[in-house]
Each structure stands twice: as C-alpha cells, then as structure tokens.
Ligand binder design. Structure first.
Ligand SMILES: [Zn+2]
Length: 243
C-alpha cells in the first residue's frame, strides 16, 4: 500500500531539491554580480542585485525546509510499514491453529488499526479455539474474547468457533477482532476524562460503556462511512480522541 505513496514523496523531494539547487546557483551569481557592481562603484545596481540575491536565497531556504519536512514524512511512513510486520506487532505473531481464512481476515483487520494499538507490548497474541462459546445471558455466540487480563499482565485475543456448524461471516469476525482491540484501547489509551466523557455521552442502554466503546471503535476503523452517516456524534468523538 505505501509504496505508491513513498514513490510520490521521493519524486516530490527530487523535484524540490533540483529547484533549490537552481535557486542556490542563482543567488550566488547575484551576490557575485552585486560585489562586482560594488567594486565598479555602481551602488544602485549593487543594492538591487543584492536584494534580488536575498529574495532568491529565501526562496531556496524555504524549499529546503519543505524537503526536510518531506524526509520526515518519509521516515514516518517507512516506520509505519516496518512496524506493521515487526516483531512487536500482532500480525507477525503466531496465529495459532487458526484456519487460513481466519488468519487472512485477522491480519487484514489489524492492518486497518493504528499500529500502536496492536503492539505486542499490549496484547500477547491472537489465537483460535475450536470451541463454540455462547453468552449465557444473551445467547449470542462469542466470536472473539479478550482472555486473562490480569493486573499488569497482557491479555490475548481468542477467536472462537463462529457457529455451531463451524464458520460464518468473515466480516463479522473482523468486527469481533477489532472490538476486542477496542477494549484494550479503552483501558490503555483513554484518559480518565475521556472515559468519563464517553460514559456520559454514549453509554448504551443495556451494555456497559467499555463494551459500547469497543464496538464503536471497531465500527470507526472498519465502517467509518456508515458510522459517519448513522452515528455522526460517535464518529466525531473518535475523530477528536486522536487515538
Ligand atoms: Zn466486548
């Protein structure tokens, strides 16, 4: 994905550098001619050439600043791309015993989330269990669960057998995985103030506020257009969280 983006930035850098070099030659020439005019005692011309030189130099320096900014963008993009598949992130971890269709769906999902949310510093791994688990109260199958969250420890995400018969909707599974990450983000990234604000504004009638946050987190990253249309306030809340 970022290859085209990186190429674009490199092209822009090359063009701006070439232009900056041209300007550098130009302002040096103007300064030289100004000095010459000064030596010839043509003060008027010397002043004019010197001013032109300064203007050109300023343009050249502004371009060099832009180039520096582009290099920073490039560095960030590269880090992002490396980060996604580095040792520190979930996609590179063992997705143990997982059917390959699930694995692909999980990796695709994780790629859509900010990479610091899926750091191995926060989440142990994603694994698969062939057990079919149903919430005893709601009778809704638990497609994925966040398991063994001990104080100070790392949880892992367990994907369960999707239906009694086996496999169902891959899109639902993606939402379920992002939902579990949403729980982690609620606990580890939100400030107390942000959690209070969420609770006050969006607490779902039946669910708890962490769970509704987790679900909206999943929708924000996986169904943003839908969220913007159906729940504009929620979408705006997530926008301003700047996660
Ligand atoms: Zn939940």
């Amino acid at each position: 994905m970022p290859d085209a983006e990186i190429q674009e930035i490199l092209t822009e850098i090359a063009a701006k550098k070439a232009k900056a070099n041209e300007l550098a030659l130009e302002f040096r020439r103007l300064y030289r001619e100004s000095q010459k005019a000064w030596a010839d005692e043509d003060k008027e011309l010397a002043k004019q050439l010197s001013e032109e030189g300064h203007e050109t130099q300023a343009k050249c320096e502004a371009l060099n600043e832009e180039v520096k900014g582009l290099y920073r963008d490039l560095k960030e993009l590269n880090a992002k791309r490396r980060g996604l598949f580095s040792q520190d992130n979930l996609p590179s971890m063992a997705l143990r015993g997982m059917p390959s269709t699930f694995q692909e769906a999980v990796i695709e999902t994780l790629k859509l989330l900010p990479s610091h949310h899926i750091s191995a510093k926060l989440i142990e791994r994603v694994s698969y269990s062939d057990r079919y688990v149903v919430n005893p109260q709601t009778k809704i199958p638990k497609q994925a669960e966040l398991v063994s969250w001990k104080i100070g420890g790392k949880p892992y995400i367990r994907i369960n057998r999707q239906t009694r018969e086996g496999f169902t909707e891959i899109e639902d599974l993606k939402i379920a995985v992002a939902h579990e990450i949403g729980h982690v983000v609620y606990r580890k990234f939100l400030t107390d103030g942000q959690r209070a604000e969420w609770e006050a504004s969006f607490k779902h009638k039946k669910g708890d506020s962490e769970d509704s946050f987790a679900q909206c987190y999943a929708l924000y990253y996986l169904r943003k257009e839908w969220l913007a249309e159906e729940h504009v306030m929620v979408k705006q809340f997530f926008d301003q969280l700047n996660l």
